[in-house]
Design a protein around this ligand. Sequence first.
Ligand code: FAD
Length: 678
Amino acid sequence: QSDIPETNVDVLIIGAGPAGLMAAASFAHLTAIPSASPLSVRIIDKRSTKIFSGQADGLQCRSLEIFDSLGFADRAWKEANHMIEICMWNPDATGIIQRSDRIPDTIVGLSRFQQIVLQQGRIERFFLDNIQKYSGGAIKVERAILPTSLQIGEERVKVTVRKLTEEEATPPQATTGSKSDMTDGLFRSNLVGDDYEDKNITDAKGGEEEVINAKFVIGCDGARSWTRRALGPEFELQGEATDFIWGVMDIIPLTDFPDIRMRCAIHSANDGSLMVIPRENRLVRLYIQLKEVTPDASARADRSKITPELIFGAAQKILRPYKIDYEYCDWWTAYQIGQRISPSFSHPSNKVFLAGDAVHTHSPKAGQGMNVSMQDSFNLAWKVGLIAKGICHPRILDTYQSERRRVAQDLIEFDHKFSRLFSGRPAKDVMDAEGVSMAEFKDAFLKGNLFASGLSVDYGPSSLVVKSGDPGELGDRSVRSRNLEGVRRITVEEFEVKQSLAKGLPVGMRFNSFKVLNQACARPWHFQERLKADGRFRIVLFAGDILDQAQKQRVEVFCDKLSSSNGFMRRATPEGAKIDSVIEVLTIHSAKRTETELLRDFPDILHPFDPHTGWDYNKVFVDDESYHEGFGNAYKNYGVDKEKGCVVAVRPDQYVGWVGELEDFEQLQEYFEGIFLV
Ligand code: FAD
């Protein structure tokens, strides 16, 4: 009998980087979902503090949409530098770099947000504040805690952890400062062997131990993930490293280069390539190709040769004839380009999951690492949370692997192509087969922008997404076959008919946003603002022309079924809880706002009555002109018929799960019965 203290929790998150913090924040937002007992979540990290400078900085449109659904996009939006234009610089016939092209940084009209840049430490700060606010202090990062063993049992996963001393939990890292006083910028870089940063910790004797018995464990512990290693060799990252080594410096530049406040992709004739990322607080990040350092026979570069002087010298050469220097450096590092992915993101028991850098690593220039990592755990956390609360069927957990591994695989393929085009020497002319065609590079950049925005993610058919296609062939090259239980089958022809009801809302993709007005108060809202990440599914009822008698009757019949005591909505909602506590119905109609009355024209279930707070005035919206913010044309943009409307089921992470007619109630019911424990 061991005397190590034991604790039970629903969820243990290992690692408090962007992926772990996104998971914790998502759990914190589930507090309003009814459950017999509150969800207990712990998040541990071996480090004594969050990071304060460097590492990732790019925030893509989709990440900002997610931040907004959690309530803190405005903080990032205000503090960050906004990326508006990309300038391409290539050598001319005489070998001198010239600006050859300008393209918008974010594809116009793609999202209500555009790409911004802000250092990872600030983003971690926003998460920490958000977790504190929404969990009421119940979830907090426990620092200087190291997991030492993991055993998967029938009911729970047993994780033994050890408290670290302050010294163990604070390894040396790069200092911010003037040119002369920067120490080890390669701390945490992929050029550093596994043994380096962990040496302190593994050699140390140790503090108190504790056993945490968790229903679910989420490993978000970065590229050298301990959790991944604990799951066994079949989870090891697979892929390849290239010979390309790049340095990164965050500096305040002193330069005559004209586009230093633009995002630039610069290919020099013979000295390598450089990317300029203008940042907040006058900072500029430079990604600099290091042609003078190449990996040795063991495929690893000699890190002792990589210094800020060497990196910056390379940047000065690439930028010639322009001059660049600096006094202040905020952070620097170097990395070797490679692409690696784990064959599996979840243990077959569906009790242990891996997210973020723990399961995919690639080069950072496309600004994807932090974004895709956060989106992994955003995809996973609500599923785990709703199952732990006894609301959803455990089968939905299979979709984590099938949805996210495919995104990671696409990312790896994109990065493979993109990083080689970036690191290659520009072709001198069409006959120069070994050089990179700058037209091809620009094309890859343009196509890459859609991918990089995070908005091209299109989840395949599953228990959560009703669309045609073979769920077994999703590009999901997992080590285990997928569990197809609960996958709704629909033929290609049937699906085309359904999808044609809302062409602008592709099933499997995120719910796009256009402006609509609140019926009760005429305030314009971006509709996506109403899709909060609070764990609730949503039914969006496009009610069409509610003033047309025949259409009004269709809406009433649909609403009668929704309200019925044996309908899925009542059965999915725990006894005694509010009718909108796990599935919320939001309405957008297309009649004139001023001719329509909320209480007269819309059935009660669309604006439920509460004896303490009255009617709910925040659920019915109209596609009409606003006084101050124009006309969102939501029906037109969503591709929905203005007379007849349609019904759309939306997952808690804003992805469209099902589309149908108002008469397709049984199919909608079947969709929810496959997900909820009704
Ligand atoms: P991480 O951010 O790595 O977080 C993992 C967390 O787990 C850390 O807090 C760590 O302390 C903790 N942890 C690790 N092991 C354990 C353990 N055994 N027990 C408990 N806790 C543990 N991205 C870009 O877009 N641009 C860049 O220029 C860029 N540069 C980078 C430079 C470096 C040196 C590194 C390391 C990363 C860089 N990235 C960059 C990548 C980006 O930071 C990651 O993609 C992103 O942070 C992934 O988030 P994550 O939460 O999955 O992992």
